[in-house]
Design a protein around this ligand. Structure first.
Ligand code: KIV
Ligand code: ZN
Length: 498
């Protein structure tokens, strides 16, 4: 007999809270449709009261998606719940996720309240949400650091009030896996009526233990896990969805099943990474570029003799297909369209034509255009609507000469040019840019990433620029890393000029 585990995907809520990872509504719909194909049970689509953008996204995702339950986050506050209920009006299956901090430090410092008053607020929020939807999930924020006896009282009270799911977040990623497992076990054994609700895990990765804690939670009775693709999320991130899905697949003897179609994992991971401009670390479990790359001689020898010697997962199980069509300058529209659709991107004819033109330009520079490249091209339309655009960039540099750059920008339809020297070609290009945009900006972070291995590869640049006390995230991609760096810098400027 196998037990069913519900997958609650919070990539579009907890994941999207990461600075620089914000998506527009169209992109969120693309992600939601891909998550539906992946087979998640619940999509947490946003926190509607937090911004008009989040409110609208919950509405549009509700319209776009059929099978998964759409969930909206609230605080234990009536106006939040009203707003969530309105945003969920088109969802075929809907859930309100309300809650409040239950640890002593949250009660004292965040709410200046008492344990009894917090239970009253929790119960009132659940009852209020029940006026709008049948499916109400309650979260006990910082449950990881809440003492088990009090937590059990909170959980019992909210289940009595009608909560269908109770979420036990380790908000700060503090718990040891054994401690978190014991917490779930304690609740399963001490809460009256516990079987009237599903207990959910929600673990953060501050100490690198999120997946282990989640698994312990499941082994002790939790039947929903709150997870994100690629483990993205606040600070060190959330539990990674692909890790939980593959652990349960590889350890089928545990008898716990999910509805995840694991063959869609790789495509989903790439789509999220590309839309959010969030690189996946090469050694990331399951979806990292090196996850299936055997480099030591002994391992290569073993794998060639029998793949099971060193490989516990067949790459095909997560949708990595060695025989995938490689796109080149001779590939047609149909091949490009097909590869994009594999990654959950459906473009109208006009947009497809534009991406195809870009694709041909890139294919002229590179012999083989990879999936990562085309995902980057499909997201590039975001650049078209920006107020500042780079029109020309010329840089000279090399050994024994001081680099010089000349740049022309289009700023809201007017052209401006400047030239400058620098310590290196990127420095010269940014100095030239600063001759035109004369603001006090400081480059705080600068990362260059090549996607594949060839010297003709597309370089992706991630930057953070500080302006007026705030950090702005920017992204650029090009086969020319100096151009990509300038694009990323301009992306930051476009954000604070809005
Ligand atoms: O980490 C957390 O506690 C959360 C809650 C809002 C569910 O994300
Ligand atoms: Zn969280």
């Amino acid at each position: 007999m196998s037990d069913r585990l519900f997958i609650f995907d919070t990539t579009l809520r907890d994941g999207e809270q990461v600075p620089g990872c914000q998506l527009n509504t169209v992109e969120k719909i693309q992600v939601a449709k891909q998550l539906e194909k992946l087979g998640v049970d619940v999509i947490e689509a946003g926190f509607p009261i937090s911004s008009p953008g989040d409110f609208q996204s919950v509405i549009e995702i509700s319209k776009a998606v059929t099978w998964p339950t759409i969930c909206a986050l609230t605080r234990a506050v009536e106006k939040d719940i009203d707003c969530a209920a309105e945003a969920l009006q088109y969802a075929k299956h809907k859930r309100i996720h309300t809650g409040i901090g239950t640890s002593d430090s949250h009660i004292k410092y965040k709410f200046n309240s008492t344990r009894e008053a917090i239970i009253e607020r929790a119960v009132a929020a659940v009852k209020y949400a029940k006026h709008f939807v049948e499916d109400v999930e309650f979260y006990a924020e910082d449950a990881g650091r809440t003492d088990n006896e009090y937590l059990a009282r909170v959980v019992e009270a909210v289940i009595k009030a009608g909560a269908t799911v109770v979420n036990i977040p380790d908000t700060t990623g503090y718990c040891l896996p054994s401690e978190y497992g014991a917490k779930i076990k304690y609740l399963m054994e001490h809460v009256d009526g516990i079987h009237n609700a599903v207990i959910s895990t929600h673990c953060h990765n501050d100490l690198g233990m999120a997946t282990a804690c989640t698994l312990e939670g499941v082994l002790n009775g939790a039947r929903q896990v709150e997870v994100t693709i690629n483990g993205i999320g606040e600070r060190a991130g959330n539990t990674s969805e692909e890790e939980i899905a593959m652990i349960l697949k590889c350890h089928a003897h545990l008898g716990i099943e999910t509805n995840i179609n694991t063959q869609r994992i790789a495509a989903t991971s790439r789509l999220i990474s590309s839309l959010m401009n969030m690189p996946v670390q090469p050694n990331k479990a399951i979806v990292g570029r090196n996850a299936f790359a055997h480099s030591s001689g002994i391992h290569q020898d073993g794998v060639l003799k029998n793949v099971q010697t060193y490989e516990i997962i067949d790459p095909k199980d997560i949708g990595i297909d060695d025989n995938a069509i490689i796109l080149t300058a001779r590939s047609g529209h149909a091949a490009l369209k097909h590869r994009l659709e594999v990654h959950g991107i459906e473009l109208d004819d006009e947009r497809l034509d534009k991406v195809y033109e870009e694709f041909l330009r890139l294919a002229d520079k590179k012999k083989e255009v990879t999936d990562d490249d085309i995902l980057m091209l499909a997201g590039a339309d975001r650049a078209e609507s920006r107020a500042i655009k780079v029109i020309n960039l010329q840089v000279t540099g090399g050994v024994g000469i001081r680099p010089v750059a000349a740049i022309t920008l289009d700023i809201a339809g007017e052209r401006f040019s400047a030239a400058a020297e620098g310590n290196g070609p990127v420095d010269a290009a940014i100095n030239a840019l600063k001759q035109i945009i004369r603001r006090k900006m400081t480059l705080k972070e600068f990362t260059i990433q090549a996607i594949n291995r060839g010297s003709d590869d597309v370089g992706k640049v991630h930057m953070q620029v500080e302006y007026d006390g705030h950090l702005y995230y920017g992204f650029g991609a090009s086969t020319d890393i100096i151009a990509a760096s300038v694009e990323a810098y301009v992306d930051c400027i476009n954000k604070f000029r809005k």
